[in-house]
Ligand binder design. Sequence first.
Ligand SMILES: CCCCCCCCCCCCC[C@H](O)CC(=O)SCCNC(=O)CCNC(=O)[C@H](O)C(C)(C)COP(=O)(O)OP(=O)(O)OC[C@H]1O[C@@H](n2cnc3c(N)ncnc32)[C@H](O)[C@@H]1OP(=O)(O)O
Ligand SMILES: NC(=O)c1ccc[n+]([C@@H]2O[C@H](COP(=O)([O-])OP(=O)(O)OC[C@H]3O[C@@H](n4cnc5c(N)ncnc54)[C@H](O)[C@@H]3O)[C@@H](O)[C@H]2O)c1
Length: 292
Amino acid sequence: MIQFGVIARNFSSSSAVQSAIKNVTVIGGGLMGSGIAQAGQNVTLVDVNSEVLVKAQKSIGNNLGRVAKKIYKENPQEGEKFVAEALGRIKTSSDPVAAVKSTDLVVEAIVENLAVKHDLFKKLDAAAPSHAIMASNTSSLFGGLHFFNPVPVMRLLEVVRGAETSEGTYATMMEWGKAVGKTCITCKDTPGFVVNRLLVPYICEAIRLYERGDASARDIDIAMKLGAGYPMGPLELADYVGLDTNKFILDGWFKKYPEQALFKPIPLLNKLVSEGKLGVKTGEGFYKYEKK
Ligand SMILES: CCCCCCCCCCCCC[C@H](O)CC(=O)SCCNC(=O)CCNC(=O)[C@H](O)C(C)(C)COP(=O)(O)OP(=O)(O)OC[C@H]1O[C@@H](n2cnc3c(N)ncnc32)[C@H](O)[C@@H]1OP(=O)(O)O
Ligand SMILES: NC(=O)c1ccc[n+]([C@@H]2O[C@H](COP(=O)([O-])OP(=O)(O)OC[C@H]3O[C@@H](n4cnc5c(N)ncnc54)[C@H](O)[C@@H]3O)[C@@H](O)[C@H]2O)c1
């Protein structure tokens, strides 16, 4: 039986840590899942939408190409080999249940909706081997392994430790995070963990500033880049993350904490999402983008 609010399954002993993770299943091949798959070794990337899988393979290939260009500057042939081998370690599937049959670690990165995630984990729990660790990349809902966008570039991994996460599971996740090149920090299972607990109020305030007409979108973004040294302004970042994901996070928190003014619905955000303006991925959000 899986438990929500915590990482679903536990290793009983930390001696299992070193060689425990051989096969990884990443579920959800969108913005985050494709990046996480690129970080792992033997990975099966799963999405219910097979077109997403084709797009993910293309994007992983392009991103690996950028890495190869830097590492194999003098030897492009080696670079091509590196990309081909890395791509060869990533299988794809559109059947989550079949994909977890011999997995050691599941990282779920599907839509930020508790009911949909819950339903998926129930099916995975019945199909995966009993030793498998199940973790979620959720931005806001419950504990897991929280990566940052773009995954190949952002060096942080939040390892979220629920009240019932065993020492063995926790140690395995920290080891695996290090093995895929991330700096891991630990956080209790609290709303938004560390980064989003600080980031969400910041983005919400930025959009309210814009809604009130106090400053233009571009000036808000320039202000935070040049005045605070951030690589992207808050509205650029909201577009980059995806406005649908922003809305899922905000709606989920509002449902849970209706008394908190910070999490009240933002009409402009709802309007943009209802118009299909989800940010970079659809070509328009607060700004317009060239379609890829
Ligand atoms: C709507 C409002 C209301 C909302 C309310 C709720 C709000 C909720 C908001 C929270 C959302 C949380 C989401 C999630 O849970 C947590 C997150 O992930 S938060 C996001 C964290 N990420 C950031 O903050 C990114 C900040 N930006 C950057 O660091 C940089 O801008 C960038 C993305 C790295 C791009 O850098 P640039 O210099 O602009 O562009 P370059 O193209 O030159 O890239 C630099 C460097 O990086 C390499 N690179 C870029 N992308 C990739 C990639 N995908 N794969 C591999 N490599 C990549 C590129 O090659 C360059 O390398 P170099 O040549 O310099 O060696
Ligand atoms: N976008 C970000 O910057 C960011 C950063 C960190 C964490 N996250 C979290 O990562 C998760 C994914 O976000 P994203 O931006 O990659 O979303 P996305 O919309 O780009 O991708 C989600 C993918 O999941 C697939 N999917 C939906 N239901 C499925 C199911 N039942 N089985 C298999 N596949 C299914 C969809 O087809 C889609 O391709 C969310 O929980 C989000 O909060 C997002």
